[in-house]
Design a binder for this molecule. Structure first.
Ligand code: NAP
Length: 262
């Protein structure tokens, strides 16, 4: 039994009210060390302080952008911060959303979508897998966290409806999200053989975050648990993926509220 806590890393925290932060909260509470990667140092500090005060072991790794070089450097920093902690779970949650009629999409917006959604996902996956492939199978009680003797680690990508269905304003966004989905499927097949679980999650509806709340400005929607995705509920599904038995792994999960039209 190892006394060192396993490590969870997430890229994409936003302002701390969405999926990235909710998943960090759940993994911190469940005994993981948590590495937070995001472009917003203030939101990062605030979330880390909240989680550390609640008994978590959380550190922040701010980056100025999601270029491969910045992601590589964030991983180097987290490795030197926790040199002995095995990286067991990695979540790529960052995204650049752009919804516009095709003829209005600029080259810069398309490039931003490809850079943040695809290039960054490749760089994050590479950095995470370089660590996870070095690990032995999980120990039964790794730093107090129940391990799985058939698994070395889990890599999850947060997707969207646009990962499987283009629509009238999603040409640039869907290109990025389709790309992440393709990457995750390729990795699931390649790294499953090394007992590394790669999963993709299609979030098929609006997540209740500060951003969606102010955009929709609809208290009825906010109050209706059957109409919107709660970030904590998505986090629970991610934990479920991490705990799945290796004889029945999910590559792709789709999550939507009960009353979603789809
Ligand atoms: N919100 C939804 O309704 C919805 C629906 C379907 C799928 N998704 C997907 O779910 C994932 C998580 O999104 P989330 O909505 O739950 O929020 P989140 O976890 O807080 O993540 C927000 C992400 O958006 C980035 N971002 C870019 N511009 C931003 C801005 N102006 N304000 C705040 N964040 C900005 C953030 O990067 P930094 O951390 O570097 O700031 C962060 O990576 C994303 O991959 C998204 O595509 C969301």
């Amino acid at each position: 039994m190892s006394s060192v806590r396993p490590l969870f890393v997430v890229a994409g925290i936003g302002n701390g009210t969405g999926t990235g932060a909710a998943t960090a909260r759940l993994f911190a509470k469940s005994g993981y060390r948590v590495a937070l990667i995001s472009r917003g140092p203030e939101h990062l500090q605030k979330l880390a302080a909240e989680l550390n005060q609640a008994g978590g072991e959380v550190a922040t790794f701010p980056l100025k952008d999601y270029t491969p070089a910045s992601i590589k450097s964030a991983f180097a920093s987290l490795k030197s911060h926790w040199p002995t902690s095995p990286l067991r779970v990695a979540l790529f949650n960052a995204a650049y959303g752009i919804w516009k009629p095709f003829l209005e999409v600029t080259e810069d917006e398309l490039r931003e979508s490809i850079d943040t959604n695809i290039m960054a996902a490749f760089a994050f996956a590479r950095a995470a897998l370089l660590e996870i492939t070095k690990l032995d199978l999980e120990a039964p009680n790794e730093g107090g966290v129940a391990g799985d003797a058939r698994k070395r680690g889990t890599l999850i990508f947060t997707g969207a409806t646009a990962a499987i269905r283009g629509n009238v304003t999603t040409s640039a966004f869907a290109a990025g999200k389709f790309g992440v989905r393709a990457l995750s499927q390729s990795l699931a097949k390649e790294f499953g053989k090394q007992n590394i679980h790669v999963a993709h999650s299609i979030i098929d509806g609006n997540i209740m975050t500060d951003r969606t709340k102010s955009r929709r400005n609809d208290p009825t929607w906010e109050a209706n648990q059957d109409a919107r995705l709660h970030p904590d509920a998505i986090a629970k599904s991610y934990m479920h993926l991490v705990k799945q038995d290796s004889s029945a792994w999910t590559w792709e999960i789709d999550l939507r509220p009960a009353h979603e039209t789809w």
